[in-house]
Write a protein that binds this ligand. Structure first.
Ligand code: COA
Length: 147
């Protein structure tokens, strides 16, 4: 369920897994971009299988930045995202991180509900941050204090 310390060949496998998750994204990251993000030693790739889903986050001295979270369309509403976020919080505590940040489209009500459930609260807004199908969407910035 967790990939953190990685070798080059692991990235190939993780990338294959990432590509196989039907997450509704029109354009998946290219391999080079994926490698830049996930190949970084401070980036964690948590995954669920066979009920497919992944959570990518980076860990710095005191905080976590959620980079991506997606569950395969066939496995949603089964508590997979909940499990991945719970694991992220355990890892945050183990690594002495006391806060987590993320950004989510203001239109993504399912994700906003999920994050609220975990105690994330809104700390700001970035106007017209996302461009989806000719439409601009605001990003909501959220923060979670981890005790
Ligand atoms: C948002 C997403 C990650 C939720 O994953 P999931 O595994 O289905 O979520 P869970 O089953 O753990 O649900 C936990 C809580 O999230 C909320 N939630 C999840 N899906 C929801 C939906 N379709 N509508 C409303 N609330 C929803 C609910 O509060 C739910 O708790 P409940 O079951 O007690 O009502 C998933 O729908 C997804 O991958 N969406 C596309 C990618 C995405 O939006 N990622 C987030 C980008 S920031």
């Amino acid at each position: 369920m967790l990939v953190s310390k990685r070798k080059e060949k692991d990235i190939d496998q993780i990338f294959k897994f990432y590509k196989s998750v039907k997450d509704g994204e029109e354009r998946k990251w290219k391999k080079s971009f994926f490698q830049n993000i996930v190949g970084n030693e401070n980036t964690f790739f948590l995954y669920s299988f066979p009920a497919k889903g992944y959570l990518i986050f980076s860990l710095s001295v005191e905080s976590i930045d959620v980079i991506a979270l997606a569950i395969d369309e066939d496995y949603r509403k089964n508590g997979i995202a909940t499990k991945l976020l719970e694991k992220m919080i355990i890892l945050a505590r183990e690594n002495h991180a006391n806060k987590a940040f993320l950004e989510v489209s203001a239109c993504n009500l399912a994700a906003i509900k999920l994050y609220h459930k975990f105690g994330f609260s809104k700390i700001g807004i970035r106007r017209n941050y996302y461009q989806k199908k000719n439409e601009k969407q605001d990003a909501i910035l959220m923060k979670l204090d981890i005790s």
